[in-house]
Design a protein around this ligand. Structure first.
Ligand code: ADP
Ligand code: ZN
Ligand code: ZN
Length: 753
């Protein structure tokens, strides 16, 4: 018998199981094991020993799963680093690192089925032998002859011939989906014996060529590329700081091509909501059949397929994915790209491990000697400071591709507009005039409001009653289509009341405004315009999302209203006006990053305008026209913003001058929560003194009926964070052992946002 320490997808340390040598189980393999009386899990073999550990009864491994190890050596090092740094168990890392369908669990062994994943297949077509034997001229003549009474046939035949030669397909087969021909057309050609159709594995098509059709770089882009390669030679991360529309993607493509030419693989991270088909298509056009997309809109099955295919791959892959793709089993990522590196969605905030994928990517590069580039138009202050300190090599790209100017920023004073009667609904005259001009010129408009729904809350004018969630300490948001009052924290929803439940008058009014209201009002003010809305409520599936985006891309809609979703990554040619409807609620967020975030967000939204031609405009509606961040955005002055924010962060010892660790406690019993939070902060203070802040109530005090409190620990940048974490772990262990903490859920967020 051999013994293995096996990681299970639980918040617990690995468990020991026995297995027979004949099973051929190795480190990194997935196995099925029984846990407790009647639960079966997929586990990952972490360590194997021959000596029987001195624990009680040891269960045996049920069986080995999959033909390939699920977790390679490189990934195991990453898992261990994540578990150590973010203070969680390997089991918690496993929960997010493996797609759900790849780690089945069940209540009985009979139901425990390891799904068998067959690679996806698709149709391929090839010209019949007679046609393929002809030279170009004879083929053309023959094709024309065959298409006498069927003109579309000619273009299909030519299309197959052209693709086959372009793709240097040895056997002449080309993917059916690349042809501009309908099913009837293909069926006819097939029945006449002119083509042969075959089902093939998608992955089987691997074009081994390295003469990719790369975009020609401008001089400025070429310089940026050379400097990035220079950073790689120095073994430093490159911070590619390029204004919006400067063509960072084109530089990535050149870097990718070099990596593929050497047989290497590429991992490109993009923020959750930028997973646009636009970006993937652009990259796929240059690297046909190399690109694997990995994001949350894929079904669990498709994600598992991608995972298993990569686990068996030998290289030459381009993976474009969201934060969890850092855990994919790429054989060796030789190049890592983190696009929009400042984006908050790289940090997981809702469950353990609360990791930051950008920081993990930097770590992976360091661990495996890979090159890494972090790209942004508005770098995070952390990366900016790393650039100043020489830890990163900063590469700047200050001009837009094609020499287009950045849009002109107009700051429009909401209070003044109200005073002068120049405000209609939620729009100042300056913005309405701009929209009118853009529409007249046949251009498109994007309007940004960072609230979805119709109105963020409803209030009784008579008695001041507001609709609140009974489970969370927040107001309910009014939605119109369909009409409901909804909690954005827990999903609780009710029908909007006709009368005030408190005083029975019917004078309930909608306060504030969300995207749904903006959409409705804009459609009323510009009846001739086609208005679309992109937010979480309208993009419930990948299909819905894509159809809204492509309608706007093809100019079938004129105005797009949206939340954060519209701010990033999109490249629409004819947007000449971007409106930011309420900058105040960005500036007033109660958090030390509010100014940095507001700056980044407004610059990103602004960057959607005028990408192909000059003369574009951004209108920012605000009542704080003198707010420094507004002035910095208007001037496009990142450095001023950075100087000001960094001075503040240094004074109050916030990142990047410290590392923040947040301890969050949740409990249904308010008194118990307060007592434990106090006890916890005492224990922390004994070790960390004045570095401890709190306990305070969380921003939203109650969610789903649980009260929440938090404690912050700031560790100055010079101090050893490894040692600090070890001490924090002791406190967590001590708390977990206390009787009072039994009802309290304690979570730790390292590098809290
Ligand atoms: P960024 O990501 O820096 O905001 P993009 O990569 O989206 O910028 O580029 C902006 C636009 O300019 C895109 O439409 C892109 O296709 C075009 N573009 C940039 N560089 C080139 C190039 N070298 N050749 C052709 N088109 C380019
Ligand atoms: Zn009332
Ligand atoms: Zn709620």
């Amino acid at each position: 018998m051999l013994y293995a320490r096996i990681v299970l997808p639980l918040a617990q340390p690995p468990y020991t199981y026995a297995f027979d040598e004949s099973l051929g189980i190795g480190v990194g393999d997935a196995v099925a094991v029984q846990f407790g009386a009647r639960r079966y899990y997929t586990g990952i073999v972490w360590e194997i020993t021959t000596e029987r550990p001195s624990v009680g009864r040891i269960k045996e491994v049920c069986r080995r799963l999959y033909g390939v190890p699920l977790v390679g050596e490189r990934q195991r090092r990453l898992w261990e680093w994540v578990a150590d740094y973010y203070m969680c168990t390997l089991g918690e890392v496993m929960r997010i690192a493996l797609p759900s369908a790849a780690k089945p669990s069940a209540d009985s062994f009979d139901e425990f089925s390891e799904e068998i994943f067959t690679p996806r297949r698709e149709s391929y077509v090839v010209l019949c032998d007679e046609l393929r034997r002809l030279d170009a001229a004879a083929f053309e003549a023959q094709a024309v002859e065959l298409s006498r009474r069927a003109p579309r046939r000619l273009s299909t035949l030519r299309g197959i011939a052209r693709l086959a030669s372009e793709r240097k397909a040895a056997d002449g087969f080309v993917p059916r989906r690349l042809l501009d021909a309908d099913a009837g057309q293909i069926a006819t050609l097939r029945s006449r014996g002119l083509i042969v159709v075959e089902q093939r594995e998608v992955a089987a098509e691997r074009i081994d060529r390295s003469d990719f059709l790369l975009p020609l770089l401008s001089d400025a882009q070429q310089r940026a590329l050379d400097q990035t390669l220079g950073a790689f030679d120095e073994r430093k991360p490159a911070l590619l700081w390029g204004v919006t529309g400067s063509g960072k993607t084109e530089i990535y493509m050149h870097l990718m091509a070099r990596t593929l030419a050497r047989g290497g693989s590429v991992l490109m991270l993009v923020p959750e909501i930028v997973m646009t088909s636009q970006l993937i298509e652009r990259i796929e056009t240059v690297f046909p059949s190399r690109v694997t997309a990995y994001h949350s809109k894929l079904t669990p099955r498709r994600r598992t397929e991608a995972y298993l295919r990569l686990a068996a791959s030998t290289g030459g892959e381009i993976v474009i994915g969201v934060r969890s793709s850092i855990f994919l089993p790429l054989p060796s990522p030789d190049l890592l790209i983190v696009d929009e590196e400042h984006d908050a969605s790289y940090k997981q905030t809702d469950m353990q491990p609360r990791y930051n994928a950008r920081d993990c990517a930097v770590m992976i590069a360091r661990q495996s000697g890979a090159s890494i580039v972090l790209g942004s138009a508005t770098p995070s202050l952390e990366s900016y400071v790393n650039g100043l300190a020489g830890k990163y090599r900063t590469v700047r790209l200050d001009e837009r591709y094609g020499g287009g100017e950045l849009p002109r920023v107009v700051v429009s004073d909401t209070m003044r507009a109200v005073r002068r009667g120049e405000r209609k609904s939620h729009f100042n005259r300056a913005l309405l005039d701009g929209i009118g001009r853009a529409l007249d010129a046949g251009q498109q408009v994007m309007l940004f409001q960072n609230r979805r729904g119709y109105a963020p809350y409803v209030e009784c004018r008579e008695c001041g009653w507001t609709a609140r969630c009974p489970h969370c300490n927040v107001t309910l948001t009014l939605h119109r289509a369909p009409a409901r009052l909804e909690c954005h924290y827990c999903g609780y929803s009710i029908d909007p009341p006709a009368a005030c439940p408190n005083c029975k008058t019917q004078d309930i009014s909608n306060m504030g405004f969300g995207t749904e209201k903006v959409e409705q009002e804009i459609a009323r003010l510009f009846p001739e315009a086609r208005v679309a809305r992109l937010d979480r409520d309208t993009s419930t599936s990948e299909r819905a999302f894509t159809s809204i985006v492509s309608a706007f891309d093809q100019h079938r809609t004129d105005i797009m209203v949206g939340t954060q979703i519209i701010t990033k990554g999109f490249d629409f040619g004819s947007v000449s006006l971007v409106g930011i409807l309420n900058a105040d609620n960005l500036l007033n967020a109660p958090d030390f990053r509010a100014s940095e975030r507001a700056f980044q967000l407004m610059m990103q939204v602004a960057g959607r305008a005028g990408r192909r031609r000059s003369g574009a405009e951004v209108v920012i509606q605000t009542s704080q026209t003198d707010h420094p961040v507004i002035r910095q955005v208007a001037a496009g002055d990142y450095e001023s913003m950075a100087r000001m924010q960094l001075a503040e962060r240094r004074t109050f010892l916030y990142p990047p001058y410290s590392r923040l660790t947040r301890f969050m406690l949740r409990c249904r019993d308010y008194e118990r929560l307060r007592q434990c939070a106090r006890a916890m902060s005492e224990m922390l203070r004994r070790k960390f003194g004045s570095r401890v802040m709190g306990p305070v109530s969380s921003a939203v005090e109650t969610i789903r009926g649980e009260h929440r409190a938090e404690i912050l620990v700031k560790i100055e940048s010079g101090a050893s964070f490894d040692r600090a974490r070890a001490m924090m772990r002791e406190v967590v262990a001590a708390a977990a052992a206390m009787q009072e903490f039994k009802q309290v859920t304690l979570t730790v967020d390292v590098d809290a946002q």
